[in-house]
Design a protein around this ligand. Structure first.
Ligand SMILES: O=C(O)CCC(=O)C(=O)O
Length: 338
């Protein structure tokens, strides 16, 4: 059921602003949200490029929306122009090359590795942080290959902190697609630039994004953009058609001791054999329902597979304080308005 049609969304009794970390009664927050985020509720007027105008054609919207409800994902080619893909790749590589990697690499060397890794990760929700492939870090926390070939991902707030990614994360086409899948007033919660470097790019095991970005009701939606062709060889996405109806299997939560844990809700494994590969061209958008099981393979090929993903949640949904991703006070989430 789409969030727009979900009666639970209209009647949810509490709302916690992920940005402000406060819990308020819905009635109060609706008023507050209107004051804090007037742009989110304003009618959309940003126009789509002519080649993507079909995304607002009523018949196409109805068909894509029905397909999304049925499968839990959509594959929409040619959403991102190739020059945008190139610009984003260049910018990500520059960020990695220019980064001060002190903390990013020291997490590999400390004797308290779990604690420091947790800290570096858990405080990355409103930061630009760098996460490396463990196989590319030597015994004294030094990289064993050039940075841009050893990096796993950048997370988790490029969409707010880097001007280029802020703009590309809010393209009118992405906004149109979120309306099409039923989001009403989405906030951009998390972004990840995933490198899947040649030869070393790690596997991403089957998961549901709502495990990590849980809201009540479930509103998490992933927008995954291929910046390069994604193939079986270089570790394309795999998804389970209709798997969003299986229900949430796990939640990833902060624990009182300062770490994280998975809370099991359903022990049944994902039916991995029913997953289908999503081989796509650069510029393709894959929309992922937050409950859809998906994964990606290792990259043992000589070609990289760069991708950029943004995850959205409804502003009116409840965002629990135990979710791993929290923002510092003053670092408010934003919607599609620039
Ligand atoms: O790009 C990948 O390999 C995995 C991405 C993913 O699972 C996600 O964005 O939710």
């Amino acid at each position: 059921m789409s969030p727009a049609k979900n009666p639970a969304l209209a009647t949810a009794s509490f709302f916690q602003s992920p940005a402000a970390g406060r819990i308020q009664k819905t009635t109060e927050v609706r008023g507050l949200a209107a004051l804090l985020m007037p742009m989110h509720t304003a009618p959309m007027s940003r126009s789509l490029p002519p080649s993507l105008a079909y995304l607002e054609d009523p018949a196409t919207v109805a068909e894509l929306s029905a397909r999304y409800q049925r499968d839990g994902f959509l594959v929409i080619p040619d959403v991102l122009p190739l020059e945008d893909c190139a610009a984003m790749m260049q910018r990500a590589t520059q960020l990695v090359d220019d980064a001060d990697l002190g903390d990013a690499l020291s997490v590999f060397s400390t004797t308290e590795q779990t604690r420091t890794t947790d800290e570096y990760f858990l405080s990355s929700g409103d930061q630009i942080r760098f996460f490396f492939e463990p196989s590319c870090v030597g015994p004294t926390a030094q990289l064993t290959r050039p940075r841009s070939l050893a990096i796993n991902k950048i997370g988790h707030a490029l969409h707010d902190l880097d001007p280029l990614f802020a703009q590309k994360s809010r393209l009118p086409a992405l906004e149109a697609v979120t309306r099409l899948v039923g989001l009403v007033s989405p906030l951009l919660l998390q972004s990840m630039y995933i490198f899947k470097a040649p030869g070393v790019g790690g596997e991403v095991v089957s998961h549901q994004d709502a495990t990590f970005l849980y809201t009540e009701p479930m509103t998490c939606t992933g927008l995954w953009l291929a910046l390069e062709d994604a193939t079986l060889e270089n570790g394309c996405l795999w998804a389970l058609p209709g798997g969003h109806r299986l229900g949430l299997k796990r939640r990833f939560v902060r624990t009182p001791g300062g770490g994280t844990a998975f809370e099991c809700l359903d022990e049944a494994p994902f039916p991995e054999a029913q997953m289908v590969p999503l081989e796509v061209k650069a510029g393709t958008l894959v929309v992922l329902h937050g409950l859809l099981p998906h994964r990606s393979g290792e990259n043992r090929s000589p070609r990289s597979r760069h991708a950029y993903s943004v995850h959205l949640v409804e502003s009116a949904a409840h965002y629990p304080a135990e979710n791993w991703l929290q923002r510092r006070p003053g670092s408010a989430l934003r919607g599609f308005a620039q």
